[in-house]
Ligand binder design. Sequence first.
Ligand SMILES: Nc1ncnc2c1ncn2[C@@H]1O[C@H](COP(=O)(O)OP(=O)(O)OP(=O)(O)O)[C@@H](O)[C@H]1O
Ligand SMILES: [Mg+2]
Length: 241
Amino acid sequence: MIISFVNQKGGVGKTTTAINLASSLIRKNHNLVLIDADPQGSATTWHSIEDNQAFEIIDHPGELTQADIKTIETAYDYVIIDAPPAVDDKVETILKVSDLAILPVTPSSLDLWSCKETLDTMDPELEALLSGKVRLLVNRKIPGTRVGREVRQALEKFDTPVFETELCQRVAYIDAMKYGVSVMQFAPGSKAAGEIEQWSQEVIALFSKDVAMEDAPDSSIATLYREETDNILFRSFQNFF
Ligand SMILES: Nc1ncnc2c1ncn2[C@@H]1O[C@H](COP(=O)(O)OP(=O)(O)OP(=O)(O)O)[C@@H](O)[C@H]1O
Ligand SMILES: [Mg+2]
């Protein structure tokens, strides 16, 4: 299974969530590799701290073909790809081979707009290929805030499934990243560790039911973003800024 983390917006948590999902899956004895496809190399840097050997990372800053990824996939249960913050040929290639494309979004209207842009720029062929394979992940939610409460409501107006689990803004994510470990290693039993474990169960369930995303609404990504954002997001967030 190929799971990619994409969003042209930088800093939404692609690397943080990819690393922690990989760490959680490996703790559940899944055999996986993480491809760091971002030339910034954040995942590779994280991996090199403390010589973390939790799982294998392939540093792949240059060109990446579908064949490269498919070849790697033959040796693993899961290939997790941390994509660069862009919509370019490389990201399109990654999306084309993905069984699941996860778009982390943070509860800010600006981030949601860029998420729309990411998907709007896809060509129709890619859009058709991705139909039903995209899932949004709320990250950096600040509990107890209005914008935090309303992000799900705003996203649910879109036609793309959203993970039930929401990841909150927690210092454990930042510290774990700094020390080159997962939140489960850094702060076992913490809320951060709990939400990652819950989310990884959700991911596993998608595949173990062997339905991939087939139970998701049959949605066109372009339609979903085109039709939406104008009103809902603006209304939801206008009072926040
Ligand atoms: N849930 C969270 N709580 C607190 N901090 C977070 C959370 N998720 C991510 N961060 C922090 O936000 C910053 C950006 O996260 P990250 O590098 O994972 O984003 P990214 O989408 O991979 O960025 P880029 O597009 O530049 O690769 C990092 O400092 C990270 O520690
Ligand atoms: Mg990153």
